[in-house]
Structure formats: structure tokens, C-alpha cells
Ligand binder design. Structure first.
Ligand SMILES: Nc1ncnc2c1ncn2[C@@H]1O[C@H](COP(=O)(O)OP(=O)(O)OP(=O)(O)O)[C@@H](O)[C@H]1O
Ligand SMILES: [Mg+2]
Length: 593
């Protein structure tokens, strides 16, 4: 059966990795105080709680038979007060534990995002956005339980176990031994089912991962889906995907559901032992009815921590799998780093490529020994067939990648030796695919220069002729545009991006011209906007518009990673070479449409 090929990215649960957990615990360090306070609160509540069966015992064995009503009432009051305190402590503990847990997740996410932003583009070439998202969202989420309850609970649950066991042994050692004899039975039950339950929940999460992936792909490709009328087929696939989620959930819950009653069964067996054996000891070993009742009450509280502890182990396994993926991402090193602390100061804008060779993939050379110099203020048009390496040249100039061989120099300085942010301040890039962020038009233009005033924004928008259409929108500059700018036409998106670049006022401008054809009116607007942008800057334009190419000071024809021809429009035409060929094809094409 055909199924879309969504790659599920589920953490593989292996054995417990102590190293990962240690690293994870580092994140708790800043919250050490809160953590201890939480544990103390929980411990206090536990102690208070475990006193109550003993009070019951005293009442039954002494106060009631001896008709000590005053004492009974006093004890009842103390007990009521204790319950109130226990409630308050527990509430505080829950709040505190959740806050600490969320702080840790906050810190982790912040670190991850910071780090991802610093990674070089080659990382994103090899890693899909979905994978990065799963790590920052889901994997961090799976740590939630561990940080909120796991670590804290384990300490307090163990203390509950110890306190209860001690209490039982103090009250009646023999009876305690016999009742706790059912513990091994319970433990066996836990161990047997735990692995299977874990396997089933993992399967369920994998299915949910698939659901996410499938949904994501479909929402992103909605236009194509509707254009190709794929809804029916996609419905069928979607039914299958959610059917899987349903089935795996039911599988998991079935065993889980069987587990709860089994726990009750064991605890009932334990209570039965208390009553049966207690009754036998009643006559001979000084066991009182109060002892039997308090024992059964203690026993009730005993299983809860045992069950929690086995759960905790599970949490640890899941967390160590997720943290492995989180740290793998955090350990990625950015490839593009500055070799010195020097900043790129004021520049004239001379750009030089010296014998530059480059490949993304060692098997496939993309640029071969490229050398050229662009003088300050010059506009260079890059033309060539698709895939010839034009975008790659500007990727190297903006230092998204480093040359494999050779150097890229700005005003004589190798760009590897200047701070990356100082380089990017000087180099403005208008990408082939104009990107609009969610927010207002104003936010979008201001994107690269947050301190720009409204007047400055309007000024650049006017300069690139975007002002007119912007003020026509319902809220003018404060109109919300969706991520991707779907409510704007492609030409409008480009104009907004032009305004964004112009506002940041770079000395060196890179323009990867979009191929999309727009109507003549917009075409003229765009052309004027481009002319405005190019004024007084060293510019590289990957040009598709004849007008842009003609206006350039020099044209470089790139052919399979090499500079095939250089010259002005007229010179190159006269040469009757590659440019002439490209030009005639394009010219004829343009005439045809
Ligand atoms: N991130 C990448 N990873 C691997 N290979 C890449 C990557 N980007 C581009 N390439 C390859 O490098 C070659 C040059 O690509 P480049 O994007 O520079 O072409 P271009 O001249 O800009 O083409 P177009 O006119 O279509 O934009 C192509 O063969 C392309 O497949
Ligand atoms: Mg390109």
C-alpha cells in the first residue's frame, strides 16, 4: 500500500546512560535551593501522614476502651491540624516542583535555540527543520516529568518507604515481617509487566510521531494537495495513520489497565495477611485490634511508593534517550568561526575572490578556481544556467560557507579573519526567495535594524516604491502578515524585502533576483527599487531580468562553476559566445510570453 514516506524520528530507548543523566542534572544545579526546599516540604508532609495510622491505633486501643473522651477529642484536633498542614505542604511542594521543572525546561530550550542559531548552514543542509523542532519541543518535554516530579519524588518516596517500614517494625516486628513478605511478589509483578508496558508506550509514541510528520507535511503542502485534488487519497492515508495511533494507544492502555487492579489485588492480599495473621496473634502475642487496623492503613500507603519507584526507572530511561538527542544537538560545533577577534570596520567595498574552489559534497565540485575583483560601487551581474554556481558564489561572500581552496577578501582582508557579525553588518543579502516573518509590515522591514524609527521605515518603503501598496492595506504599516507572507503578492513580498535591505544600509549588496514573473507594473516598480538599492554600493546581482543585466557595470557568465566570460552587455554580445546564447534564448522567451 502506498504511503507517504514520513520519517519518524523517535528516540530509541537503550540502556540507562548515566553520563547523559549526570549532564542533565547539571541543569538542576542553579535551582538547588528550591529543590531541597521541595524535598523538605514533601518529607514533612510524609511524616505527618504516616503518623495518622498510629493515632487511629491509640484511639482504638486506649482512648475509646478507657472512655478518655477529652484525649480523644484532643488527638482528633491534632490530627485535623496535621492534615491541614500536610495539605498546605503538599500544595506548596507541587507548585515549587513544577516551577523548578519548568525553569529547567526553559533553560534547556533557551540553550538549544541559542545554539541552533549559531550553527552554520551546512548543518541545516543535512538536518531537517522537523528534526531540530522535535528536539527542542518534544525531547525537552519528555524531561518534564523527571524534572518536575521524578527526582524529588524518588527521594521522598524512598523516605516514605523507610518511615512506614520503621513504623511497622516499631509497632510489631513479627507482624511487620509477615506482612512485608508480600513485597517480593509485588516486585516480580512490577518487573514482569514494566518492560512490556514500556514497549507499548514507545510504539504509541512512534505512531504519534508519524501522525505529526504526516500532518506537518500536509499542512505545508496544502496548496499542492488541493491543486492535485489529492484530498481523498490523503484522507485514506490519514485514516490509516490515526488508526495506528488508536490501536497502539489501546494496546498500551489495556496492559496499563490490567496493572492497576493487579496492584490493588496485591495490596488486598497484604491486608488479608495482616488480618489473618494478626487475628492469630491477637490472643497469644499481644496484638490489639488497633495494631491490626493501623497496619492495614500503613500497608495501603506502602505500595504507592513502590509503584512510583518503578515508574521513576522508566522515566529515567526515557529521559536518557531524549537527553542523548538533546546533547547531540548541543554538541554540534559551528563550522564557520572567526579566526580572530578583529572586526570589519569602515570599508570601501572592494571584493576579491582569489582562486576560490568549493564543493558542498566532495564528490561534486561546484566552484573551480574562481578569481575576480569587484571595485567599490561597482555592480556585477552574475548570469548562467541553473545550477552553475551563482548562488554558491554569494554564499561564500556572505560566509555562509568557507571556500575549500582560495580566499575571499573584502578591502584586502580575508573574511575568515573578521568577526562574522561585523561582516554580515556590511553585507546585505536579498535572497532568491523573499522571506516574510509573521508580524506587521513594520516589523518585517525593521527586521535587521530594530532601532529604526517609523519615519525611517516609511522613508525606505517610499524609496523602493512599497509605500503605496502598504498604506492601502487595512492597517497600513501595522497590518499583520502571516509567516511566509501568504496574503501578499510575490512582487509585494519582494518590495518589502527590498525595504528591509535598504534600511540596514549595507556597503556590499547581494541580490539573488527572483525568477518569478510579475506584471509589468510591478516589474517597473521592482526595477526602480533595485536601481535605488544598487546606488553607491558594491553589488552582486544574480540577474534574471534583462534590464538589470544591461544596467550592470560588468557581467560575469558562470558556466559549470567557472567564469566563462566577463564584460559589458555590448562587449559580450559582440563576442557571440555563451552570453550571446543565453541572451538570445531568454530574449526569445521573453518575447514569446
Ligand atoms: N546546500 C547544498 N548542498 C549540496 N549541494 C548544493 C547545495 N546548494 C547547491 N548545491 C549544488 O551546487 C550546485 C550549484 O548550485 P547553485 O545554487 O549555486 O546554483 P545557481 O547557479 O544559483 O542556480 P539557480 O540559477 O537555479 O539558482 C548545484 O549543482 C546544486 O545542486
Ligand atoms: Mg541560485
Amino acid at each position: 500500500m502506498a504511503r507517504s514516506n514520513y520519517n519518524s524520528d523517535e528516540a530509541v530507548i537503550k540502556d540507562l546512560d548515566v553520563g547523559q543523566l549526570k549532564r542533565l542534572i547539571q541543569y538542576l544545579k542553579p535551582y538547588r535551593k528550591q529543590l531541597w526546599l521541595t524535598i523538605a516540604l514533601m518529607f514533612a508532609a510524609t511524616i505527618i501522614d504516616s503518623v495518622s495510622p498510629y493515632i487511629v491505633q491509640l484511639s482504638i486501643d486506649q482512648f475509646i476502651p478507657n472512655r478518655q473522651i477529652g484525649l480523644l477529642i484532643a488527638v482528633a484536633l491534632v490530627y485535623a491540624l496535621a492534615v491541614v498542614f500536610s495539605y498546605i505542604f503538599t500544595r506548596l511542594k507541587i507548585k515549587l516542583a513544577n516551577r523548578t521543572g519548568q525553569y529547567v525546561l526553559f533553560d534547556l530550550r533557551r540553550d538549544l535555540f541559542d545554539h541552533v542559531q549559531s550553527l552554520s548552514l551546512n548543518f541545516f543542509d543535512n538536518t531537517s527543520a522537523g528534526r531540530v523542532m522535535v528536539r527542542i519541543v518534544n525531547d525537552v518535554n519528555t524531561l518534564n516529568h523527571l524534572f518536575t516530579n521524578g527526582f524529588v519524588n524518588v527521594i521522598s518516596e524512598v523516605s516514605v518507604l523507610i518511615v512506614i517500614a520503621i513504623a511497622m517494625f516499631i509497632i510489631h516486628p513479627k507482624l511487620a515481617l509477615v506482612t512485608l513478605a508480600s513485597a517480593p511478589l509485588f516486585m516480580t509483578l512490577l518487573i514482569l509487566t514494566r518492560n512490556e508496558i514500556r514497549r507499548r508506550w514507545r510504539e504509541m509514541r512512534r505512531k504519534v510521531s508519524n501522525l505529526n510528520a504526516y500532518l506537518n507535511e500536509n499542512l505545508m503542502g496544502m496548496k499542492v494537495i488541493q491543486a492535485f485534488v489529492r484530498q481523498k487519497e490523503n484522507d485514506r492515508i490519514f485514516h490509516e495513520v490515526i488508526g495506528d495511533v488508536f490501536k497502539s494507544w489501546m494496546d498500551a492502555i489495556r496492559l496499563n489497565a490490567a496493572f492497576g487492579p493487579a496492584v490493588s489485588l496485591v495490596s488486598i492480599i497484604g491486608t488479608a495477611i495482616v488480618y489473618w495473621y494478626g487475628a492469630k496473634l491477637l490472643a497469644i502475642d499481644g496484638v490489639t485490634p488497633g495494631v491490626i487496623i493501623s497496619f492495614s492503613l500503613y500497608l495501603d500507603r506502602f505500595w504507592q511508593p513502590v509503584w512510583m519507584l518503578s515508574n521513576f526507572y522508566n522515566q529515567l530511561l526515557v529521559a536518557s534517550a531524549s537527553s542523548e538527542r538533546i546533547f547531540e544537538l548541543l554538541d554540534q560545533k559551528p563550522q564557520i568561526v572567526s579566526l580572530s577577534k578583529q572586526r570589519l570596520g569602515q570599508i570601501e567595498g572592494r571584493v576579491e575572490f582569489k582562486n576560490v574552489s568549493f564543493h558542498y559534497d566532495p564528490e561534486k565540485p561546484v566552484l573551480k578556481n574562481i578569481s575576480f575583483t569587484a571595485h567599490p560601487g561597482e555592480t556585477i551581474a552574475l548570469v548562467g544556467e541553473t545550477g552553475s554556481g551563482k548562488t554558491t558564489i554569494i554564499n561564500l561572500l556572505a560566509r555562509f560557507y568557507d571556500p575549500v581552496k582560495g580566499q575571499v577578501l573584502i578591502d584586502g582582508q580575508d573574511i575568515k579573519h573578521v568577526q562574522l557579525d561585523s561582516l554580515r553588518e556590511k553585507v546585505g543579502i536579498m535572497l532568491q526567495d523573499p522571506f516574510i516573518f509573521s508580524g506587521t509590515v513594520m516589523d518585517n522591514i525593521r527586521y535587521g535594524k530594530l532601532d529604526a524609527t517609523e519615519a525611517e521605515v516609511i522613508e525606505v518603503a517610499k524609496a523602493v516604491h512599497a509605500h503605496d501598496f502598504i498604506v492601502e492595506m487595512e492597517n497600513g504599516y501595522y497590518t499583520e502578515v502571516n509567516e511566509g507572507g501568504t496574503r501578499l503578492s510575490i512582487g509585494q513580498r519582494q518590495l518589502i524585502c527590498f525595504a528591509r535591505v535598504l534600511l540596514s544600509d549595507p556597503q556590499i549588496l547581494i541580490l539573488d533576483e527572483a525568477t518569478s514573473s510579475v506584471d509589468t507594473h510591478t516589474e517597473i516598480l521592482l526595477q526602480k527599487a533595485i536601481d535605488k538599492l544598487l546606488e553607491g554600493r558594491t553589488s552582486f546581482v544574480i540577474a534574471h531580468r534583462l534590464s538589470t543585466i544591461r544596467n550592470a557595470d560588468r557581467i560575469m557568465v558562470i558556466d559549470r562553476g567557472e567564469i566563462a566570460e566577463v564584460g559589458t552587455h555590448e562587449e559580450l554580445l559582440a563576442k557571440q559566445g555563451l552570453y550571446h546564447q543565453l541572451y538570445t534564448v531568454q530574449y526569445e522567451y521573453l518575447n514569446a510570453v
